[in-house]
Design a protein around this ligand. Structure first.
Ligand SMILES: Nc1ncnc2c1ncn2[C@@H]1O[C@H](COP(=O)(O)OP(=O)(O)OP(=O)(O)O)[C@@H](O)[C@H]1O
Ligand SMILES: [Mg+2]
Length: 376
């Protein structure tokens, strides 16, 4: 798939912008704070319905403007071509349009366009808090599975209500008899939760294989990588989603005392984690900066491959200022891998020194300055 036209209106530091990117490598070069990352972020928003950086959607709207809009025309080989638009407002919920038809349920928009973002935040997937790894999982699975988005929404809603009940019971805000409704909540939580766990397990199984192959190449066959799903309870011997649901309910029953005392749910996907082991050791705790970086890069390249497997065509690659973090050999390998993969690529950088003339000849280069973009 590739984007043939990208339009921004009052998005971040852009007033109006329209570009027709090339099918291969597109390089956005400019000084700091000119709008390079903002441009890549707009594509990420179209793919995932979420910002890669902002906490709130309102941060994406240009200062002093009431609303923003991002639109792209996308050519796809496995599906029909599509125009995707996301409108953001300071006062209302964001609205997406697919070929002009309005969708307020964002699950329908996610995955119309696929993109994998590489940025400085990737390292946090390896060394940050577990919540960052869960967010990574959710965003990536969502891109190829709208049903996952729906299950995630149902699970979150059930979890929130169950937590409120547990808290109210603990603090005596509701009569003790309210405890009788817990089994019904347990069933709902386990039903939605089991679907998330099953999907995460499958996704990580394949991602782990691909990541470890890529990692072997990136580390010159020196290091081995294992990516291991760590759910909040053991899935040993469970193959069906119904079995997971059953085990989840048993787990909830077994921790009832702890939950009553703490007033919150202590088992389930909201406690999941992923371990990255390099040569058998936890890379989060023991990996060098370079090793962590190599794991992060392997993970993203694996994700690219997995999306291609699932969707049937390569996703966009968004490389936000990552070249300076890579040594020459890895940089060359990244170019080789991505060129071979045939992904339309959007890359930001502050100068063109890292590119060989051969790479530059094939690329479309844009200079970015104060929210203006000029093709070179
Ligand atoms: N909502 C907004 N309205 C107007 N300007 C904004 C908004 N959000 C961010 N900006 C501005 O956008 C500018 C460019 O940000 P961006 O992150 O794209 O820079 P960049 O070109 O990637 O720079 P760097 O090389 O430092 O990464 C910043 O100066 C920031 O103040
Ligand atoms: Mg930037």
């Amino acid at each position: 798939m590739h984007v043939t036209s990208l339009k921004l209106e009052n998005f971040r530091n852009y007033g109006t912008l329209e570009i027709q990117p090339g099918e291969g490598l597109n390089i956005f070069v400019g000084l700091n704070a000119q709008g390079k990352s903002n441009l890549l972020e707009s594509l990420y928003l179209l793919a995932t319905s979420k910002s890669s950086r902002a906490g709130k959607d309102t941060e994406l709207v240009r200062f002093d403007q009431p609303q923003a809009r991002v639109t792209a025309d996308v050519i796809r080989t496995k599906n029909s071509d599509v125009e995707i638009e996301i409108a953001l407002s300071m006062t209302e919920k964001k609205v997406a349009r697919i070929n002009g038809v309005k969708h307020t349920r964002l699950a329908e928009v996610i995955g119309q366009l696929n993109a994998v973002l590489f940025d400085s935040g990737d390292l946090e997937i390896i060394r940050g808090e577990p919540s960052i790894r869960r967010r990574f999982l959710d965003l990536e699975i969502a891109q190829t599975s709208p049903r996952y988005v729906l299950a995630l929404g149902s699970y979150r809603k059930t979890l929130e209500q169950r937590n409120r009940l547990l808290r109210d019971l603990r603090d005596g805000r509701v009569p003790g008899s309210a405890r009788e409704s817990l089994p019904a909540w347990n069933e709902g939580l386990a039903q939605h939760g089991a679907r998330l766990i099953e999907r995460r397990r499958l996704f990580l199984e394949r991602l782990a294989q691909l990541a470890s192959e890529t990692h072997r190449t990136l580390s010159d066959e020196r290091d081995s990588l294992e990516v291991v799903y760590q759910p909040s309870f053991s899935l040993d011997g469970l193959s069906e989603v119904g079995d997971i649901q059953g085990r989840f309910q048993e787990e909830l029953a077994s921790v009832a005392g702890e939950e009553a005392a703490r007033g919150t749910t202590v088992r389930g996907p909201q406690r999941d984690d992923i371990a990255f082991r390099v040569n058998g050791q936890d890379c989060r705790l023991y990996g060098s900066q370079g090793q962590q970086r190599t794991v992060a890069l392997s993970l993203k390249l694996a994700e690219r491959q997995l999306i291609e497997e699932l969707v049937g065509e390569p996703p966009l690659l968004l490389l936000d200022d990552v070249l300076s973090d890579l040594d020459d050999a890895r940089r060359a390998l990244l170019f080789e891998l991505t060129a071979r993969a045939g992904s339309q690529t959007f890359l930001s950088c502050t100068n063109l020194r890292a590119f060989s003339p051969g790479v530059l000849d094939r690329a479309t280069v844009y200079a970015v300055s104060a929210g203006e973009v000029a093709k070179q």
